[in-house]
Design a protein around this ligand. Sequence first.
Ligand SMILES: Cc1ncc(C[n+]2csc(CCOP(=O)(O)OP(=O)(O)O)c2C)c(N)n1
Length: 564
Amino acid sequence: MELTGAQALLKCLEKEGVKTIFGFPGGAVIDIYDELPNFPVEHILVRHEQGAIHAADGYARATGDVGVCLLTSGPGATNAVTGIATAYMDSIPVVIFTGQVPTPLIGNDAFQEVDIVGITRPCTKHNYLVKDVKDLARVVKQAFYLARSGRPGPVLVDLPKDVLQAKCDFDYPRNVRLRSYNPNLKPHVGQTRKVAKLLRDAKRPLIYSGGGVISARAHRELVWLARRLNVPVTSTLMGLGAFPGDDDLWLGMLGMHGTYAANMAVNNCDLLLAIGARFDDRVTGKVNTFAPKATIVHVDIDPTSIQKNVAVHVPLVADCKSALAALKEELEPDLDVPAWQAKHADWVGQVRSWASEHPLTYNASTTGAIKPQYVVEKIYEITKGDAIIATEVGQNQMWAAQFYRFKSPNTFLSSGGLGTMGYGFPAAMGAQKAFPDKLVIDIAGDGSIQMCIQEMATVVCNNLPVKIVILNNGYLGMVRQWQELFYGKNYCQTCMDAQPDFVKLAEAYGAEGYRITDSKDVESVLREAFASPKPVIVDVRVEREENVYPMVPAGASLAEMLLV
Ligand SMILES: Cc1ncc(C[n+]2csc(CCOP(=O)(O)OP(=O)(O)O)c2C)c(N)n1
């Protein structure tokens, strides 16, 4: 069957089972748009390319599947770079198709030409420039395979206009063979035994789980291991939801804004089992004081992430699901559950007493102002932990991570590695597209929300009833917090003096807007807003100078936490 490049691309998407793509047209990709109505792929027209890539990323995080976006050349492609880097830092599978000027013009500074392959080389798992239509189907097949296999990540495919117009016989390959790319899924037997032995011998073990557990869908195996062996669990921001936030063994997040119990547990454990986590500096603080008494085991699918930030005693290179399954197989035959429970009882008791000495808390309002933490607690209560929560970046993100108890994987969408303001709302839009009947909420700051606010038009026009709750403190709060604590309260350029009226803004887009200025209205207004079938902005005027605690100052050791 002879197809044009544009037709072939859409056929490939159909073959990959792609139902939805997020995109924005332009001259370089107009041939694809011309064919779009003839293929069973739904296209969501965003209002800015950053919205498209974050939406594809949110779709991927919520479904565990690959997210797809389609953008034009030049500015269309460069507008997406922040989102590509966001997905890359958090190992999220997305495939990005960009248009390119015709091949004979490449390198001529042609209109809307940019070397997007060069620009994105450091922030994609892999990228391609397709120079011949005969390569297109194979490249697309590889792109999807690379995005979702091994350590997932974004893959970009650049498509010159003449390639999209050229014709060739279409044949979608069944398999992918890439000789140099063989992600190691199965763990080494000897190493697995070593880890099992370490677990048997440990008196004060701690599991530190990360986003890799979620992308490998290994949450059940994680829960099995922790509960059977009676091992407390902490996680990174990216790992939230893999272990139930209401479990007795759950310590909350570790690191800079982690709980006292989690950070004390890291300081005192004798075995740290890191699973699908990468020892980010926001987690470790001062590296040479991290987990000082522990033997460190690192389970990760990416061998290059092992020994990168922290000296690891025992590496286990494998997909987290296979690794945990292999550990289970190793431990189960002679597993005496009551004995394990008893063995770690003192340690678990110690960890729990840390948690009750310094639980996550905040000072009640003295001025009558609304506490942002209280708003997040109410969101949790109302939704019973059953919503998909996206966040922006800053204090809002940390309060969401601390005070919402995530119960299941793929329900927390947040830019962990890059910390991208503007991420949450379009990501929520992508998740809402994947799950139209779920309650999807973006917990936002008044600064961040303005970075991709234009997607209000997209959600309204596509009936995506995303709820945005702005914890509006009139500041770039997290930066203001650093200025307060470490820069002598020099609030330089962090006060957001001129803000839009967010209620009117919502209405201007055809959505609903609510404002809350009194604590006693928080619950009733949130309930009303969440019950609405429309997209909603709730502007909550919170205590302006509230801080996120606990806090480990940047570069300090986890033991040097500032408490409330
Ligand atoms: C695109 C981008 N620019 C700048 C920053 C640096 N930054 C981190 S947090 C923050 C403040 C965010 O303010 P706001 O969205 O109002 O949230 P709050 O901290 O008040 O909850 C800034 C500017 C960033 N993370 N991302």
